[in-house]
Design a protein around this ligand. Structure first.
Ligand SMILES: [Ca+2]
Ligand SMILES: [Ca+2]
Length: 186
């Protein structure tokens, strides 16, 4: 390869890669009732467009002596067909996608089970989203826990990204997914 061309590629390529990964978001949506354990994983953003649906990773109810973790993760479906995910807990399986009848996701609220002390904690149990036309989508999972307040609605645009807070696996009582943030893109 001609030296000038290889230098040119060497200089330009990193910027192209950086540009494709670095989509900008305008706002972060959070709720006050997230869980106390875990660390925030890397955020994931739709490459283009917005999120108009979601899918849950749910652990089925365990026996009375075994460790429940409830909701383990959430994936978003983007309008360009991409499915994005931040970090996921290791338990459970993916359920069916639920989608806004029209338009995109704009806010959410978390269903949390209260802190159980020495007993079995699960932290996040379910989620609700609202779509831009006001439709509320409720995740189809266990009927445990209770809903906290709604996040604010995207001040501009719609939800386009996700970040999960996952408790690292420990012996004994795992809660897995503890908190979630969503991002809005213009
Ligand atoms: Ca516990
Ligand atoms: Ca548990």
């Amino acid at each position: 390869m001609d030296l000038t061309i290889s230098i040119w590629i060497f200089l330009i390529l990193p910027y192209c890669l950086l540009d494709s990964e670095a989509r900008k978001y305008e706002a972060t949506l959070q709720v006050p009732n997230g869980g106390r354990w875990g660390v925030w994983a890397k955020a994931a953003l739709c490459p283009m467009g917005y999120a108009n649906g979601f899918q849950l990773k749910v652990q089925p109810p365990q026996t009375i002596w075994a460790d429940d973790t409830g909701l383990n993760s959430i994936r978003l479906r983007c309008t360009d067909g991409t499915i994005i995910e931040s970090m996921s807990g290791r338990w459970g399986h993916w359920t069916e996608f639920q989608k806004c009848p029209k338009g995109n996701l704009v806010s959410f609220s978390l269903n949390m089970e209260e802190h159980k002390g020495l007993l079995d904690d699960i932290a996040v149990n379910n989620i609700q989203f609202s779509c831009e036309d006001g439709t509320v989508l409720t995740g189809q999972t266990h009927n445990w826990g209770s809903y906290g307040p709604w996040s604010k609605r995207c001040p501009v645009g719609f939800i386009c990204g996700i970040q999960t807070k996952i408790e690292e696996e420990s012996q004994g009582d795992n809660a897995s997914l503890n908190d979630i943030k969503f991002f809005c893109c213009a």
